[in-house]
Design a binder for this molecule. Structure first.
Ligand code: NAI
Ligand code: BAL
Length: 503
């Protein structure tokens, strides 16, 4: 198989050269065993192309390249120089914005105009943020001890870091990890998800164009059980960061522990509650929460998949929520084409995820006999489109309340008062994010204090900011990304004791 393929996206009149090889030492190369993965357009179920899949031997090569680059060049490159390179990268991302977004839509199905372009805008912002942060957030502390002694700390990079990325925000999740790790002075071996590798393979060459030395960034697409497993258990990887399911996160952590005790960051699943109190502005709450579950077809670890609504406003909220879903969330006028401007609900990523989500919907309908309201399903299509679905008056112990569905499925629960709302909100194994809607500033802040979640949105939902740390409590993960924390996650503290006494 060739290392590049010419792909066309007729809806945008785009033809481009798609890299298909692993990216090691700033070059695209075939996999050692010629293994390949076929990738499918989820909007029509048709094959787009195939790309090379990294074997364990390829992972060894990529890690060796990253190690050599770290020891010989990158560890000697100043924070200021790293910032300059990231700044150049940011400009290249902006110049390639439309193409990067188009590849993302082609491979993941996310609506081009409402989602994919927004993802790349966030990546530009994030890259500029870490370009500026590279020297500012690399500072340690000066610690006076006594007249004859002081100490200082240095924030030192780990060295070689591995990163394993999911398919819901392919380039954004890669960038959340890569830019902070590079700013902090690490070299990288990164694995995209097997069903959305095209955008990161294209993106890789921008690092070369920006001037990053060979080996600083290496991309190894491949299967989780092969490539992901090799990275997690590699003895020369100093840190691994993972985003994906909780079950795989646990495996990654176990492999990290038993191989070389590498450091671990995990961003796993969620079942994030949005709590709507009776004194909330209901129209605003409806808009935020509908977007919070239907955006990206609900394939969002922070999706507000549980809507807890105070009983006095439950019926009014439900009526408005259903209307909002009907008016704002649609497969588009062009018959399920994510490149159509009117498409706000794209397909889910794969047949596997389609079946999984339909399985939850059928379970709610048939086994648990729950009431639901569902938007009209699209006409016969070969794509993996699922109609926005709203289950009402769902009990706390329902499978739909407790498990991450990862699709456009909202689950509504009723509560009486603050204490019940809090108990319900805290009543899952997850603790990634939460939202609260109320005009009472005191109640909002009590909730922010009491909820066991890494993020709390007050009167909004899912409006993440690149400057604000992000990560989970409980089974939702370990560690933080974004903001200054996004560099701290890739830095370890070295303490230097300085004795100035004379014996
Ligand atoms: N927190 C989040 O953003 C995400 C959560 N999920 C959750 O996971 C469910 C299933 O989706 P999957 O695609 O199966 O997620 P997954 O957790 O299997 O995939 C995420 C990444 O982990 C890699 N991976 C898989 N097995 C691995 C292993 N043994 N060692 C190292 N890496 C491995 C995959 O190749 C992919 O790059 C979803 O329905 C959703 O509930 C999935 C993707 C993202
Ligand atoms: N909300 C973006 C982060 C994620 O879904 O993983």
């Amino acid at each position: 198989m060739a290392l590049f393929s010419e792909l066309s996206i007729p809806q945008l009149n785009i033809t481009y050269k798609q890299p298909l090889g692993l990216y090691i030492n700033n070059e695209y190369v075939a996999s050692s065993d010629q293994a390949q993965i076929e990738t499918v357009n989820p909007a029509n179920g048709k094959s787009i192309t195939s790309f090379y899949a990294a074997s364990a031997a390829d992972v060894d090569k990529a890690v060796a390249a990253a190690r050599e680059a770290y020891e010989s060049v990158w560890s000697k490159t100043s924070a200021e120089e790293r910032g300059v390179l990231l700044s150049r990268l940011g400009k290249l991302i902006a110049e390639n914005k439309e193409l990067l977004a188009a590849i993302e839509t082609l491979d993941s199905g996310k609506p081009y105009f409402t989602n994919a372009l927004a993802d790349i805008d966030q990546i530009c912002q994030l890259t500029t943020y870490y370009a500026g942060g590279a020297d500012k957030y690399s500072k340690g502390q000066m610690i006076p001890i006594n007249h004859d002694k002081y100490a200082y700390t240095v924030k030192a990079p780990y060295g070689v870091v591995a990163q394993v990325i999911p398919w819901n925000y392919p380039l954004a999740m890669a960038s959340w990890k890569m830019q902070g790790a590079l700013a902090a002075g690490n070299t990288i071996v990164i694995k995209p998800a097997e069903n959305t590798s095209l955008s990161l393979l294209y993106f890789a060459q921008l690092f070369d164009q920006a001037g990053f030395p060979p080996g600083v960034v290496n991309v190894v697409p491949g299967y989780g059980s092969v490539t992901g497993h090799s990275l997690s258990s590699h003895k020369d990887v100093d840190k691994i960061a993972f985003t994906g399911s909780t079950a795989v996160g646990q495996q990654v952590m176990a492999l990290a522990a038993t191989s070389n005790l590498k450091a671990v960051t995990l961003e796993c699943g969620g079942k994030s509650p949005a709590v709507v109190f009776e004194d909330a502005n209901l129209d605003e709450a409806v808009k935020w929460t509908a977007a919070g579950i239907f955006y990206n077809s609900g394939q969002n670890c922070t999706a507000n998949s549980r809507l807890l609504v105070q009983e006095s406003v439950y019926d009014e909220f439900l009526a408005k929520f259903v209307k909002q879903a009907q008016e704002q969330w649609s497969f588009g006028k062009n018959g399920c084409d994510p490149f159509d401007e009117s498409c706000t609900v794209g397909p889910v990523i794969s047949k596997t995820q389609f079946d999984r989500i339909q399985g939850y919907i059928n379970h709610g309908k048939v086994q648990e006999k729950l009431s639901l309201k569902q938007l009209e399903a699209p006409d016969a299509t070969d794509g993996y489109f699922i109609a926005p679905t709203i289950f009402t008056e769902v009990p706390q112990d329902s499978k739909l309340t407790q498990e991450e569905i990862f699709g456009p499925v909202a689950v509504l629960l009723k509560f009486k008062d603050y204490d019940e709302a809090l108990a319900l909100a805290n009543g899952t194994n997850y603790g990634l994010a939460s939202a609260v809607f109320t005009e009472d500033i005191r109640k909002a802040n009590h909730f922010a204090r009491d909820i066991k979640a890494g993020t709390v949105w007050i009167n909004s939902s899912n409006d993440e900011e690149v400057a604000v740390p992000f990560g989970g409590y409980k089974m939702s993960g370990l560690g933080r990304e974004l903001g200054e924390s996004g560099m701290d996650a890739y830095s370890q503290t070295k303490s230097v004791h300085v004795n100035i006494s004379k014996l």
